[in-house]
Design a protein around this ligand. Sequence first.
Ligand code: F0G
Length: 471
Amino acid sequence: MDSEFRTIIEPFRIHSVEPLRITTAEHRRTAIREAGYNLFNLHADDVLIDLLTDSGTGAMSRDQWAAIQHGDESYAGSPSWYVFLEAVRELFPFRHVIPTHQGRAAEKILFSAIGVPGKVIPNNTHFDTTRANVEFTGAEAVDLPIPEGRQPAVEHPFKGNMDLAALDALLAERAADVPVVFVTITNNSGGGQPVSVENLRGVRALCDRYAVPLFLDACRFAENAWFVHVREAGYEDRSIPDIVREMASLADGMTMSAKKDPLANIGGWLAMNDDALAERCRNLLILTEGFPTYGGLAGRDLEAIAQGLRECVDPHYLRYRIRSTEYLGEAIDRQGVPIVKPVGGHAVYLDARALLPHIPPLQFPGQSLAVALYEAGGIRGVEIGTVMFGRHPDGTETPAAMDLVRLAIPRRTYTQSHIDYVIEVVTAVAARAEGLPGYRIVQEPPALRHFTARFEPLPNDSTAPAERVSV
Ligand code: F0G
């Protein structure tokens, strides 16, 4: 950090490599047509640079692979469980830690234990699985980001913050119907944007005033802590683990996916201080995930997570991580392609609605851009917009707040030349944006449709009504 040189290098060297399969544009056009124009349906061998998600796709370290050899597979009380517990508690000192196979299992258990029809759960912005798990229990998921959080081009250092006035208004009216307030750090669906400690303190104060518990959806806590370290006054001299512990101290519990910041390929947990709630959650855990000392994970997974937790709070790693995402965003921005600003922690979000104004939201500009990036250069991103959030539990459809394409960067996986290639492809596709078609859905499931829906491109001048099958 105190180097006289400006270049921020990867703080690791490569120890084992995986081949990439080079494909032609013609091959990709066929593959995506056969996949119903849904990037989730592709064979991953047909993808060149996979920016679909940063979830479970990171490269594990030598020390994580070594830790895997220490995995103890005892059904109950495995030493690996204690290694995991200690590593989690080092950063998140909650009384109860309940391991799960991934984040959404933690959500399902928590919302089954607390959420019932008629209840409402506020969040700065729910991630798709969080929203779906809330709605599945019959509760209502409400997003309360600050107004800047809904405007892609507006800069704000903590654009992930929750709108405290809106939360206050909701709690004043309906506190009895709010079993928990959630804050997602960083705010994934809102652009990977951080939440300040000051904002968290404000949420805590409101939760105290209305006697409602506060939980963190903490998947990207280390990236959030890095932003606090470099952007929030008073935190420049505080260590990352220390900032994480302060954020944890403001909450009553958390849900977690170990597939993000903890650098593991699978895993998650649920943690809390409330003894009675923990007991209800453990009983549900035993029903679906497993015994409370492994919860759907192998002992070796618990070891990999514990080691990953130690690595992900390293300031050299975080500096490289955040800078490499920013490098991609800055280059795309320089080319005049609209993105969510400032650049988030784990991903660059292209503003498809602004880039493709000729495609109305209900013809899915984000899907159109995502398909075009794949066809042109084999890059797989993900639509975060009207496909993902536009359909409601009552079957109606409205435009989402934004139509974005997220290019998520797997941790420690791609090099700068891979990213330079991505910049070149995005620039080329943006140059012919006005020729990209809208899409219609020809088949969709009732919830989380973005994973399995099938699409068809519309003729360029189309206003054709949608005819679709619900499965
Ligand atoms: N919360 C947030 C903020 C997330 O980003 C995710 C997953 C989850 C919860 C669920 O965790 O996948 O382990 O069940 N996000 C991934 C993504 C899938 O691509 O952003 P999970």
